[in-house]
Design a protein around this ligand. Structure first.
Ligand code: ADP
Ligand code: MG
Length: 321
């Protein structure tokens, strides 16, 4: 039976990367690293609990990927550059093949974003994965939730709703063909954090948030913090490719209040439209204008003809059809 230290050594310890911000990584009492001079640390934690955020038998490679992806997505939503992260892991057993796949999914994504695992904690218990991530940003550049202004456009990156569609298919609420299921499940299992877009939007966007709980709920956080309201045009929402083949009502429901999208929702002045498109090209991810910030508090939804649509969001929480 390998000890806790053997497991950490084998799966979570790697040689320091040249030129990185990390001076001392896994293995000492603390890790040591520093942002570049003049920059601030951006810090965020996310916990993934078996049975609540993922199925207990979830593929460990994708679980490793997603655990870090959701944290990178928070840095993206702040416009911060990833530096390092810690991993607090509670495991029911020391299953080496599980740990191997998990650490591969985790560390491959970490390498892609040059974000080093610098420490953590490992204990026995119900499967639970908690990552704290550190990024850097100049204070003036931070894409906070309280910066939206009346008249700003509301934008969304990528497409929405396919992760929620995959969940509905896994719960046998919706039938998908093999190709649709594969592409939807990829959105659920392997979200791609929009770090490059967040960086490119510094000085362009007035506010940003990542969409983890559904567009309307997450946009709602921006509205509340910024003391504004908004209109959304339901027919302009960028719908995921698998979801686009479902009935319109379901498209709207999952795109507006699905969850697990890990796209960015951000606001920017109308005069910044060209710069938003330039940021989208730099980051190689599409962006779509979906509405506008208004003075009147609350969120209003319209169809393509400008007719108000009802927004009974509580009904979106549980899929029923
Ligand atoms: P301590 O006794 O100080 O809590 P630990 O014995 O828990 O230290 O951990 C030893 C070293 O291994 C520390 O540097 C810690 O940051 C690191 N570590 C523990 N668990 C993990 C993990 N899951 N991933 C990365 N590093 C870890
Ligand atoms: Mg410890």
């Amino acid at each position: 039976m390998p000890s806790e230290f053997d497991l950490i050594e084998k799966f979570f310890t790697r040689p320091p990367r040249a030129g990185s911000a990390v001076l001392l990584g896994v293995g000492d009492d603390c890790a040591l690293f520093a942002p570049e001079s003049g920059m601030q640390l951006a810090v965020s934690s996310d916990m993934l609990v078996a049975g609540r955020h993922f199925f207990p038998d979830a593929d460990p490679f994708f679980l490793g990927h997603k655990s870090l992806a959701v944290n990178l997505s928070d840095l993206a939503a702040m416009g911060a550059r990833p530096l390092a992260f810690t991993l607090a892991l509670s495991l029911p057993e020391a299953n080496e093949s599980w740990l191997s796949a998990f650490s591969q999914g985790l560390l491959q994504l970490a390498d892609r974003f040059d974000c080093q695992l610098v420490g953590g904690d490992t204990t026995r218990g119900p499967l639970n994965i908690c990552i704290t991530i550190f990024g850097e940003i100049a204070a003036i550049d931070a894409l906070r939730r309280d910066g939206a202004r009346v008249g700003d456009d509301i934008w969304v990156s990528g497409t929405l709703g396919d992760a929620r569609l995959a969940l509905a298919a896994l719960q046998q609420d919706v039938a998908l063909d093999t190709g649709e299921l594969r592409s939807a499940k990829e959105r659920l299992d392997a979200p791609q954090p929009r770090v490059a877009l967040g960086l490119a939007l510094r000085g362009v966007a007035t506010s940003a948030i990542d969409i983890s709980d559904g567009l309307t709920g997450d946009l709602g956080h921006i509205l509340k913090r910024s003391y504004v309201g908004a209109r959304l045009d339901a027919d302009s929402l960028p719908i995921g490719s698998a979801l686009a083949r479902q009935p319109l009502e379901l498209q709207h429901r999952f795109a507006l209040a699905g969850g697990d999208d890990y796209e960015l929702c951000f606001t920017a002045p109308v005069t910044m439209r060209d710069k938003v498109h330039a940021a989208s090209q730099t980051a190689k991810v599409s962006v779509t204008r979906v509405g506008a910030i208004e003075a009147e508090p609350g969120l209003r939804l319209f169809d393509a003809h400008g007719t108000p649509m009802s927004l009974t969001l509580s009904a979106f929480d549980h899929f029923a059809s």
